[in-house]
Design a protein around this ligand. Structure first.
Ligand code: NAD
Length: 487
């Protein structure tokens, strides 16, 4: 049982940057971490800028030759110890995330379980991340993988534990050192990670610098000693990060936005329909819709449309919207007023441009007056409307009727994003054909959010560049060097 009050009490009063294995004294400007649901002040956080980024990069640069010289087994052992420490602390860390960002405890618990999996996955993967060699005329060729050096990493607020793990684990497994900037709306659990890191890693291997994007973020992306940039967030900011990398010609990996199609074929058995409805509901409402992967465009075939819609509306209305800390609801609140106003504006647009099937209002949750809680909202629409084309990042699903297969494929791909897709059918041949034709980095057949460790995670089109979560990610964090020996 998670003790939210104890987790709250365990927070430091203020957090400075975590550099060289210690928290810096908080001297300059700060910003407040507040509970998303209640508005309660949780802690002050240093609003870091260029000076702290300079110090963190210097520390990571000094640590690099020491960390790089460790064997893969030694690095793997540290990663495994971090995984164990997070697992031990998970109850506390998940409660901190729930307070900070307003998502239900069962969800933030899942985040930490996935984070633990990531550290363990890369602890194992690095042991088989090998170069290759072969004899050549009068000699031998060795192609070896080498870390870049200091990696500058920037993450968003929606799933902070997962995002931190996605970035830190592969980078340090490969022998790099890291300066990570968490999001200004969700810095607490990442900063708390510093307390665990200090017990396990040599100083400077992992540094965490909180602050705003335009200040700490921009200082990190333009720093001359940062050898590799990795970013997760919106496509708009992704362009800025990419431009900063291009200025200095350093590699940039990007995990960006999504507006993913979830496609239901007419051949699904009626007996399976409720399970598919549950899956579709989860795909769109998990994380309060604040997930880059969310299946927010539901393509329903006309032959099953009415039956499916009836069950879907009932499923959405069964969802409890509640205080994220007291119960295990599916929907807590959105992360911030800014996000709440954004979602509200899309619901208003939807009411003008589409037909509202259910929801469409804010939900009152006693004791959580600061929270932006929304009813799960479903619109019936077409693929060309703004609510179907733009990433809302809230509990809003657009349903689109389809009948012609080629038109379906066209519409599913007719979007700037290409992150994920779902397909529900009993016909494996057509599922395979559809998977082949969809422009998406992740395609799930008869499921959604099926992310086994090692499953490549990355986007097509404006959803990003590069793949995380998999063995290939280690290539993203290493150069390939050829050494030839003449004998
Ligand atoms: P955002 O792009 O506004 O912010 C993300 C991070 O970038 C934050 O840490 C922020 O401080 C920083 N940042 C902002 N401006 C910056 C600048 N000029 N220079 C450097 N850093 C800067 O994104 P958001 O709105 O907080 O997050 C939601 C977005 O993230 C959505 O589009 C979502 O789809 C995407 N996302 C993608 C994935 C994925 O893996 N593909 C995962 C989670 C979220």
């Amino acid at each position: 049982m998670t003790d939210v009050s104890a987790a709250r009490a365990s927070l430091s009063r203020s957090y400075g940057a975590f550099i060289n294995n210690s928290f810096q004294p908080v001297k300059g400007p700060v910003f407040a971490a507040t509970a998303a649901a209640t508005g309660e002040h949780l802690a002050d956080i240093a609003r870091c800028g260029k000076d702290q980024i300079d110090a963190a990069v210097a520390s990571a640069k000094t640590a690099f030759p020491i960390w790089r010289a460790k064997t893969p087994e030694e690095r793997a052992a540290c990663l495994s110890r971090l995984a164990d420490a997070i697992e031990r602390e998970a109850g506390r860390l998940m409660a901190i995330d729930t307070l900070d960002i307003g998502r239900g405890l069962w969800e933030t618990g899942l985040d930490h379980a996935i984070a633990v999996q990531q550290y363990r996955y890369f602890a194992a993967a690095i042991l088989t991340h090998e170069g290759w060699g072969r004899p050549i005329a009068d000699g031998y060729l060795v192609a070896k993988r080498e870390p870049y050096g200091v990696c500058g990493q920037i993450i968003p607020w929606n799933v902070p534990a997962i995002m931190a793990a996605f970035k830190i684990a592969p980078a340090i497994a490969a022998g790099n050192t890291v300066v990570l900037k968490p999001d200004e709306h969700a810095s607490l659990s990442t900063l708390e990670l510093g307390k665990l890191i200090a017990e396990i890693f040599p100083p400077g291997v992992i540094n965490i610098v909180p602050g705003f994007g335009e200040e700490a973020g921009a200082a990190l992306t333009s720093h001359p000693d940062v050898a590799k940039l990795a970013f997760t967030g919106s496509s708009e900011v992704g362009r800025l990060i990419s431009a900063a990398g291009a200025q200095r010609l350093v590699p940039v990996s990007l995990e960006l936005g999504g507006k993913s199609p979830n496609i239901v074929f007419p051949d699904i058995a009626v007996a399976d329909m409720d399970a598919i409805v549950d899956n579709v509901t989860f795909a769109s409402m998990y994380c309060n819709g604040q997930s880059c992967l969310a299946g927010t465009r539901l393509f329903l075939h006309r032959d099953i449309y009415d039956d499916f819609m009836q069950r879907l509306v009932a499923s959405m209305r069964r969802i409890r919207v509640a205080d994220p800390t007291n119960s295990y609801p599916l929907l807590g609140c959105l992360v911030s007023e800014k996000q709440g106003r954004r979602v509200q504006s899309y619901i208003d647009i939807g009411k003008e441009q589409a037909s509202l099937a259910t929801g469409g209002g804010r939900a009152e949750v006693p004791g959580c007056n600061a929270g932006w809680f929304f009813e799960p909202t479903v619109f019936e629409t077409t693929n060309d409307t703004r609510i179907a084309q733009e990433e809302i990042f809230g509990p809003v699903l657009s349903v689109i009727r389809w009948s012609d297969y080629d038109r379906l494929i066209h519409d599913a791909n007719d979007i700037r994003y290409g992150l994920a897709a779902g397909i529900y059918t009993n016909d494996l041949a057509s599922a395979w054909d559809t998977a082949d034709r969809l422009q998406a980095g992740n395609v799930w057949i008869n499921n959604y959010f099926n992310l086994a460790p090692g499953s490549p995670f990355g986007g097509f089109k404006e959803s990003g560049i590069g793949s995380e979560f998999c063995h290939e990610t280690l290539n993203m964090y290493t150069h390939l060097k050829a050494v030839t020996v003449q004998t």
